[in-house]
Design a protein around this ligand. Structure first.
Ligand SMILES: Cc1cc2nc3c(=O)[nH]c(=O)nc-3n(C[C@H](O)[C@H](O)[C@H](O)COP(=O)(O)O)c2cc1C
Length: 481
Protein backbone atom coordinates (compact mmCIF):
# COMPACT_ATOMS: atom_id res chain seq x y z
CA UNK A 1 0.00 0.00 0.00
CA UNK A 2 2.94 2.32 0.73
CA UNK A 3 4.27 1.69 -2.77
CA UNK A 4 0.85 2.44 -4.24
CA UNK A 5 0.53 5.59 -2.13
CA UNK A 6 3.93 6.75 -3.40
CA UNK A 7 2.66 6.43 -6.98
CA UNK A 8 -0.50 8.41 -6.20
CA UNK A 9 -2.56 5.28 -6.93
CA UNK A 10 -4.66 5.32 -3.73
CA UNK A 11 -7.78 7.27 -2.88
CA UNK A 12 -9.02 7.66 0.72
CA UNK A 13 -12.63 7.81 1.78
CA UNK A 14 -13.05 8.97 5.37
CA UNK A 15 -16.29 7.16 6.05
CA UNK A 16 -18.83 5.20 4.10
CA UNK A 17 -22.14 3.55 4.92
CA UNK A 18 -22.02 -0.04 3.71
CA UNK A 19 -25.40 -0.74 5.26
CA UNK A 20 -26.57 1.40 2.33
CA UNK A 21 -24.06 -0.38 -0.01
CA UNK A 22 -22.21 2.86 -0.72
CA UNK A 23 -18.75 1.26 -0.90
CA UNK A 24 -20.02 -1.19 -3.54
CA UNK A 25 -21.64 1.67 -5.46
CA UNK A 26 -18.48 3.75 -5.34
CA UNK A 27 -16.31 0.86 -6.60
CA UNK A 28 -18.71 0.35 -9.52
CA UNK A 29 -18.43 4.04 -10.30
CA UNK A 30 -14.60 3.96 -10.29
CA UNK A 31 -14.70 1.06 -12.74
CA UNK A 32 -17.41 2.70 -14.88
CA UNK A 33 -15.23 5.81 -15.13
CA UNK A 34 -11.74 4.35 -15.47
CA UNK A 35 -12.20 0.74 -16.57
CA UNK A 36 -11.15 -2.52 -14.90
CA UNK A 37 -7.48 -1.77 -15.22
CA UNK A 38 -7.68 1.95 -14.57
CA UNK A 39 -9.21 2.51 -11.13
CA UNK A 40 -7.28 3.37 -7.96
CA UNK A 41 -6.84 1.27 -4.83
CA UNK A 42 -9.27 2.66 -2.26
CA UNK A 43 -8.98 2.88 1.52
CA UNK A 44 -12.21 3.28 3.49
CA UNK A 45 -11.12 4.63 6.88
CA UNK A 46 -14.43 4.04 8.73
CA UNK A 47 -17.19 1.79 7.51
CA UNK A 48 -20.73 1.38 8.81
CA UNK A 49 -21.58 -2.31 9.03
CA UNK A 50 -24.68 -3.78 10.67
CA UNK A 51 -25.54 -0.44 12.25
CA UNK A 52 -22.07 0.11 13.75
CA UNK A 53 -19.28 2.43 12.65
CA UNK A 54 -16.15 0.28 12.53
CA UNK A 55 -12.84 2.11 12.80
CA UNK A 56 -10.52 -0.43 11.13
CA UNK A 57 -9.71 0.57 7.57
CA UNK A 58 -10.94 -1.53 4.66
CA UNK A 59 -8.92 -1.69 1.44
CA UNK A 60 -10.36 -2.39 -2.00
CA UNK A 61 -9.03 -2.85 -5.54
CA UNK A 62 -5.42 -3.20 -4.41
CA UNK A 63 -4.76 -5.58 -7.34
CA UNK A 64 -6.89 -3.66 -9.81
CA UNK A 65 -4.13 -2.51 -12.13
CA UNK A 66 -1.29 -4.37 -13.83
CA UNK A 67 1.13 -1.91 -12.29
CA UNK A 68 0.16 -3.35 -8.91
CA UNK A 69 1.34 -6.83 -9.99
CA UNK A 70 4.62 -5.25 -11.05
CA UNK A 71 5.12 -3.46 -7.72
CA UNK A 72 4.28 -6.60 -5.75
CA UNK A 73 6.96 -8.55 -7.62
CA UNK A 74 9.60 -5.85 -7.28
CA UNK A 75 9.62 -4.44 -10.83
CA UNK A 76 10.93 -0.89 -11.12
CA UNK A 77 7.99 0.84 -12.80
CA UNK A 78 9.91 3.93 -13.90
CA UNK A 79 9.35 4.85 -17.52
CA UNK A 80 7.10 1.85 -18.19
CA UNK A 81 3.43 1.92 -19.09
CA UNK A 82 1.05 -0.62 -17.51
CA UNK A 83 1.42 -3.23 -20.24
CA UNK A 84 5.20 -2.97 -20.22
CA UNK A 85 5.17 -3.36 -16.43
CA UNK A 86 3.02 -6.45 -16.70
CA UNK A 87 5.29 -7.97 -19.35
CA UNK A 88 8.33 -7.20 -17.19
CA UNK A 89 6.59 -9.04 -14.33
CA UNK A 90 6.02 -12.09 -16.55
CA UNK A 91 9.67 -12.00 -17.64
CA UNK A 92 10.92 -11.77 -14.05
CA UNK A 93 8.74 -14.64 -12.88
CA UNK A 94 9.78 -16.77 -15.87
CA UNK A 95 13.39 -16.38 -14.75
CA UNK A 96 12.45 -17.74 -11.34
CA UNK A 97 11.39 -21.04 -12.86
CA UNK A 98 13.91 -23.81 -13.56
CA UNK A 99 14.16 -25.89 -16.76
CA UNK A 100 11.60 -28.36 -15.36
CA UNK A 101 9.01 -25.68 -14.73
CA UNK A 102 9.54 -25.73 -10.98
CA UNK A 103 9.56 -22.45 -9.09
CA UNK A 104 12.57 -21.49 -7.04
CA UNK A 105 11.49 -22.23 -3.45
CA UNK A 106 12.65 -21.00 -0.06
CA UNK A 107 11.41 -22.82 3.02
CA UNK A 108 9.43 -20.62 5.43
CA UNK A 109 11.24 -19.50 8.59
CA UNK A 110 9.60 -20.02 11.98
CA UNK A 111 9.46 -17.01 14.28
CA UNK A 112 8.37 -16.82 17.89
CA UNK A 113 5.03 -15.42 18.94
CA UNK A 114 6.54 -12.16 20.17
CA UNK A 115 8.08 -11.59 16.72
CA UNK A 116 4.79 -12.15 14.91
CA UNK A 117 2.73 -9.03 14.19
CA UNK A 118 -0.37 -11.20 13.77
CA UNK A 119 -0.15 -12.08 17.47
CA UNK A 120 -0.26 -8.55 18.90
CA UNK A 121 -3.78 -9.21 20.15
CA UNK A 122 -5.11 -12.66 21.06
CA UNK A 123 -8.81 -13.34 21.45
CA UNK A 124 -10.05 -16.67 22.80
CA UNK A 125 -13.07 -18.22 24.50
CA UNK A 126 -16.19 -16.12 24.97
CA UNK A 127 -14.47 -12.98 23.68
CA UNK A 128 -14.37 -14.35 20.14
CA UNK A 129 -16.67 -12.37 17.86
CA UNK A 130 -16.05 -12.43 14.13
CA UNK A 131 -18.95 -10.05 13.57
CA UNK A 132 -17.08 -7.25 15.41
CA UNK A 133 -14.76 -6.72 12.41
CA UNK A 134 -15.58 -4.94 9.15
CA UNK A 135 -16.34 -7.95 7.00
CA UNK A 136 -18.78 -6.55 4.49
CA UNK A 137 -21.90 -7.69 2.75
CA UNK A 138 -20.96 -6.57 -0.75
CA UNK A 139 -24.35 -6.93 -2.42
CA UNK A 140 -27.92 -6.92 -1.01
CA UNK A 141 -28.47 -10.29 -2.76
CA UNK A 142 -25.50 -11.95 -0.98
CA UNK A 143 -26.38 -14.42 1.74
CA UNK A 144 -24.69 -12.21 4.32
CA UNK A 145 -21.36 -10.69 5.28
CA UNK A 146 -18.24 -12.33 3.88
CA UNK A 147 -14.55 -12.69 4.60
CA UNK A 148 -13.72 -12.88 0.92
CA UNK A 149 -9.93 -12.58 0.72
CA UNK A 150 -8.91 -15.11 3.38
CA UNK A 151 -6.19 -17.67 2.68
CA UNK A 152 -7.34 -20.92 4.23
CA UNK A 153 -4.39 -22.90 5.62
CA UNK A 154 -4.76 -26.68 6.06
CA UNK A 155 -2.17 -29.28 6.98
CA UNK A 156 -2.20 -32.96 6.12
CA UNK A 157 0.33 -35.62 7.18
CA UNK A 158 0.81 -36.87 3.60
CA UNK A 159 0.45 -33.76 1.47
CA UNK A 160 1.87 -31.12 3.78
CA UNK A 161 0.42 -27.65 3.77
CA UNK A 162 -2.21 -26.11 1.50
CA UNK A 163 -2.97 -22.42 1.22
CA UNK A 164 -6.03 -21.47 -0.85
CA UNK A 165 -8.21 -18.38 -1.08
CA UNK A 166 -11.80 -19.43 -0.45
CA UNK A 167 -14.65 -17.14 0.51
CA UNK A 168 -15.97 -17.50 4.06
CA UNK A 169 -19.49 -16.40 4.95
CA UNK A 170 -19.82 -14.93 8.44
CA UNK A 171 -22.39 -17.15 10.11
CA UNK A 172 -22.19 -15.98 13.71
CA UNK A 173 -19.73 -14.69 16.31
CA UNK A 174 -17.89 -18.03 16.34
CA UNK A 175 -18.84 -19.61 13.05
CA UNK A 176 -17.81 -19.00 9.44
CA UNK A 177 -18.36 -20.99 6.24
CA UNK A 178 -15.36 -22.33 4.29
CA UNK A 179 -15.95 -22.62 0.56
CA UNK A 180 -13.40 -24.69 -1.40
CA UNK A 181 -15.24 -25.80 -4.53
CA UNK A 182 -15.20 -29.55 -5.32
CA UNK A 183 -11.78 -30.75 -6.48
CA UNK A 184 -9.91 -27.70 -5.28
CA UNK A 185 -6.79 -28.75 -3.38
CA UNK A 186 -8.33 -27.58 -0.10
CA UNK A 187 -11.45 -29.63 -0.85
CA UNK A 188 -9.29 -32.72 -1.48
CA UNK A 189 -7.46 -32.16 1.82
CA UNK A 190 -10.75 -31.92 3.71
CA UNK A 191 -12.36 -34.90 1.99
CA UNK A 192 -9.21 -36.96 2.68
CA UNK A 193 -9.50 -36.19 6.40
CA UNK A 194 -13.19 -37.01 6.35
CA UNK A 195 -12.53 -40.36 4.65
CA UNK A 196 -9.86 -41.19 7.22
CA UNK A 197 -12.55 -40.80 9.87
CA UNK A 198 -11.13 -37.72 11.53
CA UNK A 199 -13.84 -35.88 13.50
CA UNK A 200 -12.85 -32.47 12.16
CA UNK A 201 -10.04 -30.64 10.37
CA UNK A 202 -7.99 -28.01 12.12
CA UNK A 203 -7.71 -24.92 9.96
CA UNK A 204 -6.65 -21.28 9.99
CA UNK A 205 -7.87 -18.42 7.82
CA UNK A 206 -5.17 -15.84 7.22
CA UNK A 207 -6.21 -12.28 6.37
CA UNK A 208 -4.07 -9.59 4.81
CA UNK A 209 -1.16 -11.78 3.73
CA UNK A 210 1.50 -10.03 1.70
CA UNK A 211 0.72 -9.86 -2.04
CA UNK A 212 3.08 -12.66 -3.11
CA UNK A 213 1.53 -15.12 -0.63
CA UNK A 214 -1.95 -14.01 -1.64
CA UNK A 215 -1.16 -14.41 -5.35
CA UNK A 216 0.14 -17.97 -4.96
CA UNK A 217 -2.71 -18.92 -2.62
CA UNK A 218 -5.21 -17.60 -5.16
CA UNK A 219 -4.00 -19.45 -8.24
CA UNK A 220 -2.90 -22.82 -9.53
CA UNK A 221 0.70 -21.66 -9.66
CA UNK A 222 1.39 -24.27 -6.95
CA UNK A 223 0.59 -27.90 -7.79
CA UNK A 224 -1.24 -30.29 -5.43
CA UNK A 225 1.00 -30.99 -2.42
CA UNK A 226 3.38 -28.11 -3.18
CA UNK A 227 3.80 -25.62 -0.37
CA UNK A 228 2.50 -22.22 -1.47
CA UNK A 229 4.56 -20.53 1.26
CA UNK A 230 7.84 -22.04 0.02
CA UNK A 231 7.03 -20.87 -3.52
CA UNK A 232 6.08 -17.40 -2.28
CA UNK A 233 9.41 -17.22 -0.39
CA UNK A 234 11.27 -18.17 -3.57
CA UNK A 235 9.49 -15.51 -5.61
CA UNK A 236 10.16 -12.92 -2.95
CA UNK A 237 13.78 -13.96 -2.48
CA UNK A 238 13.24 -14.11 1.29
CA UNK A 239 11.62 -16.80 3.44
CA UNK A 240 8.05 -16.17 4.55
CA UNK A 241 7.97 -15.90 8.35
CA UNK A 242 5.62 -18.39 9.94
CA UNK A 243 4.31 -18.84 13.46
CA UNK A 244 2.35 -21.55 15.26
CA UNK A 245 -1.37 -21.12 15.81
CA UNK A 246 -2.74 -20.76 19.35
CA UNK A 247 -5.17 -23.68 19.21
CA UNK A 248 -3.48 -26.06 16.74
CA UNK A 249 -0.03 -26.92 15.38
CA UNK A 250 -0.79 -25.27 12.03
CA UNK A 251 1.91 -22.81 10.98
CA UNK A 252 0.65 -19.59 9.40
CA UNK A 253 2.32 -16.54 7.86
CA UNK A 254 3.28 -14.27 10.76
CA UNK A 255 3.28 -10.87 9.03
CA UNK A 256 -0.43 -10.80 8.36
CA UNK A 257 -3.25 -8.67 9.72
CA UNK A 258 -5.37 -11.39 11.31
CA UNK A 259 -5.59 -15.15 11.77
CA UNK A 260 -8.90 -16.89 12.47
CA UNK A 261 -8.29 -20.38 13.85
CA UNK A 262 -10.81 -23.15 14.12
CA UNK A 263 -12.14 -26.62 13.48
CA UNK A 264 -14.04 -27.76 10.40
CA UNK A 265 -16.46 -30.64 11.17
CA UNK A 266 -17.63 -32.72 8.26
CA UNK A 267 -21.37 -32.26 8.53
CA UNK A 268 -22.33 -29.59 6.03
CA UNK A 269 -24.43 -26.42 6.21
CA UNK A 270 -26.05 -24.17 3.60
CA UNK A 271 -24.05 -21.21 2.25
CA UNK A 272 -24.55 -18.28 -0.08
CA UNK A 273 -25.69 -17.01 -2.41
CA UNK A 274 -22.79 -14.76 -3.33
CA UNK A 275 -22.22 -12.26 -6.15
CA UNK A 276 -19.54 -14.19 -8.05
CA UNK A 277 -16.57 -13.16 -10.21
CA UNK A 278 -18.69 -13.42 -13.38
CA UNK A 279 -20.74 -10.50 -12.12
CA UNK A 280 -23.83 -12.64 -11.45
CA UNK A 281 -25.36 -13.81 -8.19
CA UNK A 282 -24.38 -17.45 -7.70
CA UNK A 283 -26.60 -20.25 -6.56
CA UNK A 284 -27.42 -20.93 -2.94
CA UNK A 285 -25.36 -23.95 -1.85
CA UNK A 286 -27.35 -26.38 0.30
CA UNK A 287 -24.21 -28.05 1.62
CA UNK A 288 -20.88 -26.47 2.42
CA UNK A 289 -18.03 -26.72 4.91
CA UNK A 290 -18.08 -24.47 7.95
CA UNK A 291 -15.61 -23.72 10.76
CA UNK A 292 -16.13 -23.29 14.49
CA UNK A 293 -13.76 -20.51 15.51
CA UNK A 294 -11.41 -21.35 18.40
CA UNK A 295 -9.19 -18.23 18.44
CA UNK A 296 -8.58 -14.95 16.65
CA UNK A 297 -5.20 -13.23 16.69
CA UNK A 298 -4.51 -9.92 15.00
CA UNK A 299 -2.38 -6.79 14.74
CA UNK A 300 -3.18 -3.99 17.11
CA UNK A 301 -4.81 -1.96 14.32
CA UNK A 302 -5.63 -4.49 11.64
CA UNK A 303 -6.42 -3.47 8.09
CA UNK A 304 -9.07 -5.48 6.22
CA UNK A 305 -9.39 -6.18 2.54
CA UNK A 306 -12.71 -6.52 0.80
CA UNK A 307 -12.85 -8.02 -2.65
CA UNK A 308 -15.73 -6.39 -4.48
CA UNK A 309 -16.15 -9.62 -6.38
CA UNK A 310 -17.39 -9.24 -9.93
CA UNK A 311 -16.80 -5.49 -9.69
CA UNK A 312 -13.00 -5.25 -9.59
CA UNK A 313 -10.03 -7.41 -10.69
CA UNK A 314 -9.51 -9.92 -7.93
CA UNK A 315 -6.01 -11.34 -8.11
CA UNK A 316 -2.62 -11.07 -9.75
CA UNK A 317 -2.58 -13.29 -12.80
CA UNK A 318 1.15 -13.23 -13.58
CA UNK A 319 2.22 -16.39 -11.62
CA UNK A 320 -0.57 -18.49 -13.13
CA UNK A 321 0.20 -17.27 -16.65
CA UNK A 322 3.89 -18.09 -16.24
CA UNK A 323 3.09 -21.60 -14.95
CA UNK A 324 0.68 -22.34 -17.81
CA UNK A 325 3.02 -20.82 -20.41
CA UNK A 326 5.87 -23.08 -19.31
CA UNK A 327 3.74 -26.20 -19.85
CA UNK A 328 2.52 -25.02 -23.24
CA UNK A 329 5.96 -23.99 -24.49
CA UNK A 330 7.19 -27.52 -23.71
CA UNK A 331 4.53 -29.06 -25.94
CA UNK A 332 4.46 -26.38 -28.64
CA UNK A 333 7.78 -24.67 -29.44
CA UNK A 334 5.80 -22.04 -31.40
CA UNK A 335 3.74 -20.99 -28.38
CA UNK A 336 4.49 -17.34 -27.58
CA UNK A 337 2.30 -16.35 -24.61
CA UNK A 338 -1.14 -16.28 -23.07
CA UNK A 339 -3.24 -13.85 -21.13
CA UNK A 340 -6.12 -14.64 -18.79
CA UNK A 341 -8.32 -11.59 -19.20
CA UNK A 342 -9.93 -11.51 -15.75
CA UNK A 343 -11.98 -8.42 -16.50
CA UNK A 344 -13.91 -10.38 -19.13
CA UNK A 345 -14.22 -13.68 -17.27
CA UNK A 346 -14.00 -16.87 -19.30
CA UNK A 347 -11.65 -15.48 -21.95
CA UNK A 348 -8.05 -16.48 -22.52
CA UNK A 349 -5.97 -14.90 -25.30
CA UNK A 350 -3.12 -16.98 -26.74
CA UNK A 351 -0.41 -15.99 -29.17
CA UNK A 352 1.61 -18.32 -31.38
CA UNK A 353 4.34 -18.01 -33.98
CA UNK A 354 2.37 -20.04 -36.48
CA UNK A 355 4.45 -22.13 -38.87
CA UNK A 356 1.98 -24.64 -40.25
CA UNK A 357 -1.60 -25.72 -40.74
CA UNK A 358 -3.59 -26.80 -37.69
CA UNK A 359 -1.32 -25.20 -35.10
CA UNK A 360 -3.84 -22.61 -33.90
CA UNK A 361 -6.51 -25.12 -33.00
CA UNK A 362 -3.99 -27.59 -31.55
CA UNK A 363 -2.56 -25.01 -29.13
CA UNK A 364 -6.02 -23.68 -28.31
CA UNK A 365 -7.30 -27.16 -27.48
CA UNK A 366 -4.43 -27.70 -25.06
CA UNK A 367 -5.03 -24.32 -23.36
CA UNK A 368 -8.67 -25.19 -23.03
CA UNK A 369 -7.74 -28.49 -21.33
CA UNK A 370 -5.14 -26.93 -19.06
CA UNK A 371 -7.04 -23.89 -17.77
CA UNK A 372 -10.47 -24.40 -16.28
CA UNK A 373 -10.99 -20.65 -16.36
CA UNK A 374 -10.64 -20.59 -20.17
CA UNK A 375 -14.15 -21.13 -21.54
CA UNK A 376 -13.40 -19.09 -24.66
CA UNK A 377 -9.85 -19.53 -25.93
CA UNK A 378 -8.83 -17.13 -28.70
CA UNK A 379 -5.61 -17.93 -30.56
CA UNK A 380 -3.91 -15.16 -32.54
CA UNK A 381 -0.70 -14.68 -34.50
CA UNK A 382 2.26 -13.21 -32.65
CA UNK A 383 1.86 -9.76 -34.24
CA UNK A 384 -1.30 -9.24 -32.16
CA UNK A 385 -0.91 -7.82 -28.64
CA UNK A 386 -2.66 -10.27 -26.31
CA UNK A 387 -2.65 -7.63 -23.57
CA UNK A 388 -4.81 -5.41 -25.71
CA UNK A 389 -8.40 -6.63 -25.67
CA UNK A 390 -9.54 -4.37 -28.50
CA UNK A 391 -6.74 -5.59 -30.75
CA UNK A 392 -7.61 -9.23 -30.01
CA UNK A 393 -11.33 -8.74 -30.70
CA UNK A 394 -10.53 -6.75 -33.84
CA UNK A 395 -8.44 -9.69 -34.99
CA UNK A 396 -11.29 -12.13 -34.35
CA UNK A 397 -13.57 -9.97 -36.44
CA UNK A 398 -11.06 -9.63 -39.25
CA UNK A 399 -9.06 -12.90 -39.40
CA UNK A 400 -11.45 -15.54 -38.10
CA UNK A 401 -13.86 -17.69 -40.09
CA UNK A 402 -16.16 -19.54 -37.66
CA UNK A 403 -16.12 -22.54 -40.01
CA UNK A 404 -13.75 -24.29 -39.99
CA UNK A 405 -11.50 -22.41 -37.53
CA UNK A 406 -13.47 -23.34 -34.41
CA UNK A 407 -13.37 -26.25 -32.01
CA UNK A 408 -16.12 -26.94 -29.48
CA UNK A 409 -15.80 -29.16 -26.42
CA UNK A 410 -19.27 -30.29 -25.34
CA UNK A 411 -18.55 -31.04 -21.70
CA UNK A 412 -15.62 -30.16 -19.46
CA UNK A 413 -14.95 -29.02 -15.90
CA UNK A 414 -16.02 -25.40 -15.47
CA UNK A 415 -15.95 -22.58 -12.97
CA UNK A 416 -18.56 -22.93 -10.27
CA UNK A 417 -19.70 -19.31 -10.50
CA UNK A 418 -20.45 -19.37 -14.24
CA UNK A 419 -24.14 -18.43 -14.44
CA UNK A 420 -24.65 -19.86 -17.93
CA UNK A 421 -24.26 -23.55 -17.14
CA UNK A 422 -27.27 -25.70 -16.28
CA UNK A 423 -25.02 -27.96 -14.16
CA UNK A 424 -22.77 -26.19 -11.65
CA UNK A 425 -19.08 -26.86 -12.36
CA UNK A 426 -19.66 -28.30 -15.86
CA UNK A 427 -19.22 -26.23 -19.01
CA UNK A 428 -18.80 -26.48 -22.74
CA UNK A 429 -15.83 -24.66 -24.27
CA UNK A 430 -14.85 -23.07 -27.53
CA UNK A 431 -11.51 -22.54 -29.21
CA UNK A 432 -11.43 -19.75 -31.76
CA UNK A 433 -8.48 -19.93 -34.12
CA UNK A 434 -8.09 -16.32 -35.22
CA UNK A 435 -4.65 -16.82 -36.72
CA UNK A 436 -4.35 -16.03 -40.43
CA UNK A 437 -5.69 -19.19 -42.05
CA UNK A 438 -3.52 -20.88 -44.66
CA UNK A 439 -5.11 -22.09 -47.90
CA UNK A 440 -4.76 -25.69 -46.70
CA UNK A 441 -6.80 -24.77 -43.60
CA UNK A 442 -9.57 -23.34 -45.77
CA UNK A 443 -8.20 -19.78 -45.71
CA UNK A 444 -7.82 -17.38 -48.67
CA UNK A 445 -5.13 -17.95 -51.29
CA UNK A 446 -3.51 -14.75 -50.14
CA UNK A 447 -4.20 -12.99 -46.82
CA UNK A 448 -4.38 -9.23 -47.38
CA UNK A 449 -1.80 -7.07 -45.68
CA UNK A 450 -2.87 -4.75 -42.87
CA UNK A 451 -3.08 -1.03 -43.66
CA UNK A 452 -0.88 -0.23 -40.69
CA UNK A 453 1.74 -2.77 -41.82
CA UNK A 454 1.93 -1.07 -45.22
CA UNK A 455 2.24 2.37 -43.63
CA UNK A 456 5.22 1.21 -41.55
CA UNK A 457 6.77 -0.49 -44.57
CA UNK A 458 6.54 2.75 -46.52
CA UNK A 459 7.49 5.01 -43.59
CA UNK A 460 9.53 2.88 -41.14
CA UNK A 461 10.01 5.65 -38.54
CA UNK A 462 6.48 7.04 -38.79
CA UNK A 463 5.44 6.49 -35.18
CA UNK A 464 8.73 7.68 -33.63
CA UNK A 465 8.41 10.85 -35.71
CA UNK A 466 4.81 11.43 -34.72
CA UNK A 467 5.45 10.78 -31.02
CA UNK A 468 8.33 13.25 -31.07
CA UNK A 469 6.55 15.93 -33.01
CA UNK A 470 3.09 15.67 -31.47
CA UNK A 471 3.69 14.29 -27.97
CA UNK A 472 2.26 17.48 -26.43
CA UNK A 473 -0.97 17.16 -28.33
CA UNK A 474 -1.26 13.44 -27.52
CA UNK A 475 -0.58 13.95 -23.80
CA UNK A 476 -2.94 16.91 -23.53
CA UNK A 477 -5.75 14.83 -25.01
CA UNK A 478 -5.07 11.92 -22.61
CA UNK A 479 -5.39 14.24 -19.63
CA UNK A 480 -8.62 15.77 -20.80
CA UNK A 481 -10.57 13.08 -22.61
C1 LIG B 1 -10.83 -13.26 -4.09
C2 LIG B 1 -10.84 -14.73 -4.43
C3 LIG B 1 -11.86 -15.53 -3.97
C4 LIG B 1 -11.89 -16.89 -4.27
N1 LIG B 1 -12.89 -17.66 -3.77
C5 LIG B 1 -12.88 -18.99 -3.99
C6 LIG B 1 -13.86 -19.82 -3.38
O1 LIG B 1 -14.73 -19.37 -2.64
N2 LIG B 1 -13.81 -21.15 -3.64
C7 LIG B 1 -12.85 -21.71 -4.43
O2 LIG B 1 -12.83 -22.92 -4.59
N3 LIG B 1 -11.92 -20.93 -5.05
C8 LIG B 1 -11.90 -19.60 -4.83
N4 LIG B 1 -10.96 -18.80 -5.41
C9 LIG B 1 -9.97 -19.40 -6.34
C10 LIG B 1 -8.92 -20.17 -5.57
O3 LIG B 1 -8.31 -19.35 -4.61
C11 LIG B 1 -7.85 -20.73 -6.48
O4 LIG B 1 -8.44 -21.65 -7.39
C12 LIG B 1 -6.73 -21.44 -5.72
O5 LIG B 1 -5.87 -22.08 -6.62
C13 LIG B 1 -7.27 -22.43 -4.74
O6 LIG B 1 -6.24 -23.01 -4.00
P1 LIG B 1 -5.96 -24.58 -4.14
O7 LIG B 1 -5.51 -24.77 -5.56
O8 LIG B 1 -4.87 -24.82 -3.14
O9 LIG B 1 -7.23 -25.28 -3.82
C14 LIG B 1 -10.88 -17.45 -5.10
C15 LIG B 1 -9.85 -16.63 -5.57
C16 LIG B 1 -9.82 -15.29 -5.24
C17 LIG B 1 -8.69 -14.45 -5.73
Amino acid sequence: MAALEARGAVRHVEEIDQDAYEATGLMYRFIDEFGWLGGPAVVFDRVKVDGQWMESPVIANQFGRWEFDALAFGIDPDGLDQRQMYRATLAKLTELMDENGEWTTLQPAEVSTDQAPCKEVKVTGDDIDVTAFPFLQTNPADGGRYINTGNVVLEDPTHGRNVGTYRCQVKGPKKIAINPEPNQDGWKFLMGMKERGEPFAKAAVVLGAEPVVYAIGSSKAAGYGQDELAIAGGLKGKPINIVKCETSDIMVPADVEMVIEGEIPFDMEPEGPFGEMYGYIGRHKPENFYMNVTAITHRRNPIFINQFTGVTRHFMTAPLEVTASFKLRKIFPNFVGLHIALHIPGFCFVSIDKQGAGEGLAVGREVSKLLKISKITIVVDKDVDIHNQTEVLHTVGARWQPAPATHIVDEAPGMSGDPSTPKRGITSRVVIDATRQLPEEGGPQEFGKMNRECLVEGQPDIFERIDKKWSGLLQEWKQDP
